[in-house]
Design a protein around this ligand. Structure first.
Ligand code: PLP
Length: 379
């Protein structure tokens, strides 16, 4: 049996998305910047997609900029905030995705801005008092707060509206990396009153290499990638029309089926937690999987055994595709900054199981059977 439980890394493309992309791949090769009919047709497809994408999050079409994925969108926010908005202080968390934390460190080093890291607790929850203190202490600076909606490794969520309100109160810009949560929850950018959101299609059964950045219409930033005047002069480069169509279709499906999807996937996660607790008492969970936790992610620390270094490969041999991350997971892997950041036991192997709508209860049963066999001697 092949079981794919690495959906936080990427998801399988939905066949409906493939079907939506095929005719565009076949026929719409015209460059959207060309004046002739084929070019104009491509332009219309892109602008219709932008309208649709915007409508799902209650944004205006002019607030949506298509990008080459989540990393690029995150980079755009941090770099243009410093370049164009006078931001001289970034607050983020030490357990953010590398697309944010590494970029923040680069702009700190190259542009001399101040970087502050908010505290979080041992479960990975951001400490809102620490955030408020940092905002208050730096009132004389122009601050950008960048905090992901849900952690991609352990699943903890932040209260988006509360953080957005706090940022407003102190006059700070607020970006949330919603790469793991866009299309898994609904968003209303007007209600949130947020400045920036970032999204990546391959996390919700769309194609890879395409995403978007939402920029609140009150904010004017300039391009990071320069060249042509695409994306209203905000992101140069011929548009990925196939990707844009795929992203839009994936979003349409996600919003159409949101309730059923949440119920199904949360059901799988709850079931797996129960099965693990009952069958492998020596495991522990990282994050707070039964608290305010992204329903697609479950991070588990396993007991030490002679296969520590090989645990991921043992899962793979048995047909279970998962991700790992701890200090002991061999070779040049320095271990997960997230697990280290929350003080997890880095001497033990940790595995991230992440679920999608395509997973079944039978697959969870099979995975539990594999875990029981792998740990038969050591559990
Ligand atoms: N941000 C988060 C939270 C992610 O999980 C990922 C992907 O793993 C990214 C950003 C990067 O997105 P992309 O793969 O589209 O560049």
């Amino acid at each position: 049996m092949k079981v794919y439980l690495d959906n936080a890394a990427t998801t399988a493309i939905d066949p409906e998305v493939v079907q939506a992309m095929i005719p565009v791949l076949e026929k719409n090769y015209g460059n959207p910047s060309s004046i002739h009919s084929l070019g104009r047709e491509s332009r219309v497809i892109i602008e219709q997609a932008r309208k649709k994408v915007a409508s799902f999050i209650n944004a205006a079409p002019a607030e949506i900029f298509f990008t080459g994925g989540g990393t690029e969108a995150d980079n755009m926010v941090l770099r243009s905030a410093v370049q164009d908005l006078g931001v001289n202080h970034i607050i983020t968390s030490p357990i953010e995705h590398h697309a944010v934390i590494d970029t923040a460190e680069v702009v700190e080093k190259n542009q001399g801005i101040k970087l502050s890291l908010v505290k979080h607790d041992a479960q990975g929850y951001v400490d809102l008092n620490s955030l408020e203190q940092l905002l208050a202490e730096n009132k004389d600076r122009t601050t950008l707060v960048s905090l992901m909606h849900a952690n991609n490794e352990i699943g903890n969520r932040i209260p988006l509206k509360k953080v957005a309100d706090l940022c407003k109160q102190y006059g700070a810009y607020f970006h949330s990396d919603t790469v793991q949560t866009m299309c898994h929850y609904s968003f209303d950018v007007r209600e949130l009153d947020i400045d920036f959101l970032t999204c990546s299609a391959h996390k919700f059964h769309g194609p890879k290499g395409i995403g978007f950045l939402f920029v609140n219409q009150d904010i004017q930033i300039k391009p990071i990638i320069t060249g042509g005047a695409q994306e209203r002069n905000m992101r140069a480069g011929t548009e990925n029309i196939y990707g844009i169509v795929g992203l839009t279709k994936a979003m349409e499906i996600a919003y159409r089926d949101l309730d059923a999807h949440q119920k199904h996937v949360q059901g799988l996660k709850t079931y797996m937690i129960k099965q693990l607790k009952e069958n492998i008492p020596s495991i522990s969970f990282n994050g707070d999987p039964e608290g305010d936790s992204l329903y697609t992610v479950l991070n588990v620390t396993f007991p030490n055994s002679e296969m520590d270094e090989m645990l991921l490969y043992n899962f793979d041999i048995e047909g279970v595709c998962v991700s790992g991350g701890s200090a002991c997971s061999s070779g040049s892997n320095v271990g997960s900054h997230v697990l280290r950041g929350i003080g997890a036991d880095m001497t033990k192997p940790a595995i991230r199981f992440s679920f999608s709508k395509f997973n079944t209860k039978e697959e969870i049963d099979y995975t539990i059977k594999v875990i029981k066999e792998l740990f038969a001697v050591n559990a």
